[in-house]
Design a protein around this ligand. Structure first.
Ligand code: SF4
Ligand code: SF4
Length: 307
């Protein structure tokens, strides 16, 4: 039976299916997946296929649907890679099969999601904390499941050749910043939880470039953040640029990175609001203290009178 989770990095892949060896781009493997294998499409069901923002964008354009419609018809809400970050996975049909699979194979093959392209080669990136400036160790590993007969084929590739053939490099490039956010959030563990409002914003920014664009251009967003004209021109028209911009926004909103700068006057306004709040809290505390003193005096007076 197929592994239940076909997650992006393979962290949740059943460890017994992983060959205990580190592979590099130059390592050679024997693998081939084609309509002639006895297991053809066996791996396209009973699995969780998490979609990255790039997958969603690419797929919804391919099937010519708005993000809303695509998400509704083809996905199910989920949390991404054991975090509290909301995302989506492919919604399987009543038989537990991917809605894009037929007996002839994948009907969206040229646009298939990142997770389908990576399989069966996982990538480990020991930089889970996502701290800036820390060198990460990257290597590959092979997932070898009993049902997958592709490993018995004779075709030999280096991992680099195989990845190029699967179009994985573009996915890596487009998913990189989003995955860094996910891994960074994951490193927080249970220590912090996101507000419902923040979760909604994360979901919108990472699944719907049209809604996020509307939010950027038709809310107080541009009064708050410093965005140069060149970037504004790009994100106005280009969905990929909009998606990449949303990653910068999410990183800065979630972790306080300097990817997007808040305008100087907004910072001053906020500091003055905090000062006002502090001043009014101090006045309130003083009033409460005086009330307590008065109450204590009244109590002392009444005790004296009752003697
Ligand atoms: S998207 Fe294509 S390759 Fe991926 S599970 Fe569905 S049918 Fe299989
Ligand atoms: S060879 Fe492996 S990847 Fe290809 S269809 Fe069979 S199970 Fe899926």
């Amino acid at each position: 039976m197929a592994d239940k989770n076909k997650t992006l990095f393979g962290f949740d892949t059943n460890p017994t299916s992983i060959i205990p060896k580190k592979y590099t781009l130059d390592s050679k493997i024997h693998f081939r997946c084609h309509p002639g294998v006895s297991c053809f499409t066996a791996c396209c069901g009973h699995i969780d296929i998490i979609l990255t923002p790039f997958d969603i964008l690419r797929l919804r354009k391919h099937v010519n649907l708005s993000a809303d419609e695509f998400l509704l018809r083809f996905t199910t809400p989920t949390y991404v890679e054991k975090t509290d970050l909301p995302g989506v996975k492919i919604h399987l049909d009543k038989d537990g099969r991917c809605p894009f699979v037929t007996d002839e194979g994948c009907t969206i093959y040229s646009e298939r999601p990142s997770a389908c392209r990576y399989y069966p080669i996982g990538m480990a990136n020991f930089h889970e904390g996502g701290q800036e400036g820390i060198q990460s160790e990257k290597f590959f590993f092979i997932v070898k499941e009993d049902h997958c007969k592709g490993h018995e084929e004779e075709t030999e590739w280096t991992i680099k050749e195989w990845r190029a053939d699967q179009g994985v490099d573009l996915c890596d490039q487009m998913n990189k910043e989003w995955l860094e956010i996910v891994m960074r959030r994951r490193s927080f563990g249970q220590q912090a939880s996101m507000s419902e409002q923040a979760q909604k914003m994360f979901f919108m920014a990472s699944t719907d470039t049209d809604k996020f664009r509307n939010f950027v251009f038709n809310s107080s967003f541009l009064d708050t953040y410093d965005v140069d004209q060149e970037t504004l021109d790009k994100i106005k028209e280009d969905d990929i640029e909009m998606m990449l911009f949303s990653f910068r926004y999410l990183a800065s909103a979630l972790f306080g990175t300097q990817d997007l700068q808040i305008k100087e006057e907004k910072i001053k306004e906020r500091v003055s609001q905090i000062d006002d709040k502090k001043a009014s809290a101090e006045v309130k505390a003083e009033e409460t203290y005086k009330e307590l003193l008065d109450q204590r005096d009244m109590l002392a007076e009444s005790l004296k009178n009752n003697k």
